[in-house]
Design a protein around this ligand. Structure first.
Ligand code: ACM
Length: 762
């Protein structure tokens, strides 16, 4: 064999084995060397910890129990070094959160400067066992195998957080603890607890008992989307007692997670105003808010309010040892301040030129108070408006711009942009997802975020302390839904917060899939939306459509049917060039694994293919936010989904008029278009629809029309007009808007929306 051939053969083998042996660790460690074989722990293996180290004892005890439950082996915890042992050793040369982990044939050695480092090494170690290590039932059968490897690891960012909003929906203490457990598994170290909102005050304050007596209950909760303006008629309440708060803070600390409480001001305060109306500018009466959205009634910047907030923050500081307190600062409408003689006088007295400066004055007073107690404030990026308070850290949520601006002002920043990290947004096609607030942040988009990509200096980059994912809970009423929205997207945030820069999406996705079995055993209702099949349609030539199907799982096959029958293991296999369709088709598709077993959510879509398919049309109406997503929205083959308004073209208060150019004079048998009636969303059928024809695009003759009637039901109807074989090049469709919403409608007197979808021409 020539030397060259030997070398090639060798590199092929090593590539192959290392590809098979990537370790399923999330977040990805800084440095990993994988060896050959395994170290199997046995009944004689010892857990060795430094003498007198109470925190290491707690970690070792947790480890002992995990091994006992899953394998039946009861390992002894000692302080004397041994072979056949998991040995925890302090190494002061390492950074605070760092650890080194070395697994050899007869030993595990863990080194860290701190117990926090030990804890993270333990999280990594658990991820290296079979997933059953996370089982809660006493299986007593698990082999405790660890791959031979060496890992040295430390975090990229000091701040790695998740925020949970319990204002919109109260979530039980047991769930908060489970959330903290899962955060710890992925090496998060900060939990921001959003405790006060317009829709509910959730923390007991001894000096102000009405905050929870009144402020923790709202009369009802929106049903469906907030825009539907319907309530469920059922009170929602709940709050955390100070004892429960202490319990949670201590529980988090045992997992090396700092809890940052958020007390919202000056906006998002309606629950507080409902409890103590004298804190508002109008004096009330106020009611805990029963709809989502930004509330105009906010705290008045009076001495009464400052005394109240200082009292509240004093109790909060006694409960939370966190250096940081979050004081909100976002979304504070200035309407009541503009209308208030007190506020206008105060602005004159303090030399404030507008209400933004008044907000800045408000935050600065709170900053001074908090700073005087040896703590620091964090606020949402609106606190930049009207001048940033000297000691404030900024949380950038309206994209990344606020964070960049604050870093340039040499203020510390946490990056939590809604463009990547709002995990209340949809993570898949809304047609396949439970109701969410909107947006679209699939796992790969969350994973793609790079916090230091912006054009700022190295010194300014040092102000970016880290990252945080935010779970707002307008549309998250239960722990199961909170888990669904958080996982697996939190894994991408954890990796960006901890791991060295440089991303490999395929490798990350592979590890995420290997974590699904772990999350399942932990009883987590994670989302499998990464397995959703995505459908894209493209014009495929005259009267044809090309359907392109993709999904995230590279090891899978997509099978499909075109005749409306259910997909099975023998159905046609999808090929990457797509499926060409020449007539209306019910497309069903599903995923199959290597063993040809179906998994994930199947796709089922009706596609219209006809003479209009793929043609551009001219729409005569004002711009609206409902565009259907493209200029082919009405001719792309996809019909509107009654549960997803973004799949429709909508106009507000106007008639609809559109002209379609068929390119040449064409013999026509019929033409049609679909309409949505959804009175809860202020969408009504048109009164009249007409379709007229032209050869020159100027003179239209009107062969037909139809009258439509709205009622209270959400429904889709298509209007089809018989064209009797007439010839025409141009087709004009007009629809007369419903007009003003009727007297018995909650939005009476407002203009109705008119929603249309796919045009069909035969
Ligand atoms: C926010 O989403 N209003 C911080």
């Amino acid at each position: 064999m020539s030397r060259k051939f030997t070398f090639l053969l060798f590199s092929f083998i090593s590539f192959f084995t290392s590809a098979q042996k990537t370790l399923p660790i999330i977040p990805k460690p800084e440095k990993v060397t994988i060896g050959e074989g395994f170290y199997e722990l046995n009944a004689k293996t010892k857990i060795v910890i430094p003498a007198g180290d109470a925190e290491a004892t707690a970690i070792a005890e947790n480890m002992r129990l995990r091994f006992l439950i899953t394998s039946g082996k009861n390992l002894e915890i000692t302080n004397s070094e041994n072979s056949n042992a998991i040995v925890f050793k302090k190494d002061e040369s390492l950074a605070k959160e760092a650890y080194n982990l070395k697994i050899t044939k007869g030993n595990v050695e863990i080194k860290a400067a701190s117990d926090q480092g030990f804890f993270y090494a333990y999280q990594t170690l658990l991820q290296l066992f079979d997933s059953k290590i996370y089982s809660s039932s006493a299986e007593n059968s698990l082999k405790l195998d660890l791959p031979i490897c060496e890992i040295s690891d430390s975090p990229r960012f000091a701040y790695r957080g998740l925020m949970l909003d319990v204002g919109r929906h109260y979530l039980p203490v047991s769930f908060i603890k489970k959330y903290l457990d899962l955060m710890a598994m992925y090496k998060f170290n900060t939990f921001q607890w959003h405790l006060t909102e317009d829709q509910g005050w959730r923390i007991e304050i001894k000096k102000y008992p009405k905050l929870t007596e009144i402020g923790s209950t709202r009369k009802e909760t929106p049903l469906g989307h907030n825009s539907e303006n319907r309530g469920d008629g059922k009170p929602h309440s709940g709050f955390y007692t100070q004892d429960e708060v202490k319990e949670i803070v201590a529980y988090a600390a045992s997992k090396y997670i700092n809890v940052i409480p958020e007390i919202e001001m000056p906006g998002h305060a309606l629950a507080a105003l409902a409890s103590y109306p004298e804190l508002g500018c109008t004096g009330g009466p106020y009611e805990v808010k029963t709809r989502w959205g930004v509330e105009k009634q906010v705290f008045c910047p009076s001495e009464k309010t400052f005394t109240f907030l200082e009292d509240v923050l004093t109790e909060v500081m006694d409960l939370f040892p966190s250096e940081y307190l979050h004081i909100g600062g976002d979304e504070c409408p200035k309407d009541t301040w503009k209308a208030s003689a007190f506020c206008q006088d105060l602005m004159k007295k303090e030399g404030l030129k507008d209400e933004h400066e008044l907000q800045s004055y408000f935050i600065k007073r709170i900053d001074q108070f908090v700073t005087s107690k040896g703590r620091r404030i964090i606020g949402w990026d609106e606190i930049l408006e009207g001048g940033l308070s000297p000691n404030a850290t900024v949380m950038s949520w309206r994209g990344v711009q606020g964070g960049i601006e604050a870093a340039k002002l040499n203020h510390d920043v946490i990056m939590t942009p809604n463009t990547y990290y709002y995990i209340d947004y949809y993570q898949g096609d809304p047609a396949n997802e439970p109701l969410a607030i909107g947006g679209y942040l699939p796992l790969e988009k969350v994973y793609s975020y790079e916090p230091l990509a912006e054009d700022i200096t190295e010194d300014q980059k040092k102000h970016i302390l880290g990252v945080q994912g935010n779970l707002w809970t307008e549309y998250v009423a239960t722990p199961e839904k909170a888990e669904y929205m958080t996982f697996p997207r939190a894994l991408a945030i954890a990796e960006t917060g901890w791991s060295a820069p440089g991303k490999n999406e395929a490798d990350f996705m592979d590890r995420v899939k290997r974590h699904f079995s772990k999350l399942k055993l932990l009883g987590v209702n994670y989302s499998e939306s990464i397995y959703n099949i995505k459908l894209e349609v493209k014009p495929g030539g005259t009267g044809q459509l090309k359907a392109l199907l993709t999904n995230e799982d590279q090891g899978s096959k997509i099978r499909y049917t075109l005749d409306g029958t259910q997909v099975n293991a023998q159905s046609l296999i999808y090929k990457s060039e797509g499926i060409t369709l020449s007539s209306n088709t019910q497309l069903n598709a599903a995923l199959f694994n290597e063993k040809n077993e179906q998994y994930g959510k199947p796709l089922s879509d009706f596609l219209m293919v006809n003479k209009a398919t793929g043609l551009e049309y001219k729409l005569k109406s004002s711009k609206s936010r409902y565009t259907g997503g493209s200029k082919f929205a009405l001719t792309d083959g996809k019909t509107g989904n009654a549960d997803n308004l973004n799949t429709w073209v909508g106009v507000n208060g106007e008639d609809l008029e559109l002209v379609l150019d068929l390119g040449k004079s064409t013999k026509l048998t019929s033409a049609g278009i679909g309409f949505l009636n959804a009175p809860d969303s202020w969408i009504m059928f048109p009164k009249m629809v007409s379709i007229s024809l032209s050869e020159d695009g100027k003179t239209f003759v009107s062969p037909g029309g139809a009258v439509m009637k709205s009622d209270n039901a959400k429904k889709v109807e298509r209007i089809n007009i018989n064209l009797n074989g007439q010839n025409a090049r141009y087709l004009k469709i007009t629809a007369e808007n419903y007009g003003m919403l009727p007297e018995d409608h909650p939005g009476k007197g407002n203009k109705a929306w008119l929603f249309v979808d796919e045009i069909e021409v035969k």
